[in-house]
Design a protein. Sequence first.
Length: 193
Amino acid sequence: MTEFVFATHNAGKLKELQAMVPPSIKLLSLDDIGCHEEIPETETTFKGNALLKAQHVQKHYGLPCFADDSGLEVTALDGAPGVYTARYAGVGCTSDDNMDKLLAALENQSDRSARFVCVIALLQGNEAVYFEGFCPGEILSERQGTDGFGYDPIFKPNGFDRSFAQMTMAEKSAISHRGKAVAQLVAFLKNSQ
Ligand code: IMP
């Protein structure tokens, strides 16, 4: 059994990820290792923020770690909210606040295309290896479904007639930005064993 810290406080993300990796890999969240602080995400790219989070854990806890940074890029908003996806409606806002703000910003917009992006940074000593996944889709005009987390109820992936929040975790992971990035990470870990 290999243990890795996955640098997140988000229980929804940890659950999704644990289900995607082989059973021989046990993931620990930040809270599992006693890291209760918010790691600052001060970079302007997903890659930069993923690296910051992984480096924080390595520096302060000395444990093998990877981190992801993810977000939503909306075409009609020139790629916003991007790296600000988690705090789109302001620091301390809820997912509902974020969805309300995005639905309002897209009112009367005919182009509702968007994509989720996920970058994972895996630290191996001082070297970082990156894995990237994208999921194209569109922003619905109202919430559909209640599963998942974040913007799931208003994001419909291309080729489906349901939102992420109406899919099982396995269905979502097979096509999601995070699923695609994790598949590359898992292949990399298998090859380097
Ligand atoms: P991060 O935790 O800094 O990567 O923040 C990414 C934010 O993007 C999260 O707080 C969610 O609001 C949103 N997000 C990322 N991935 C997903 C997803 O799979 N479904 C819904 N929202 C997501």
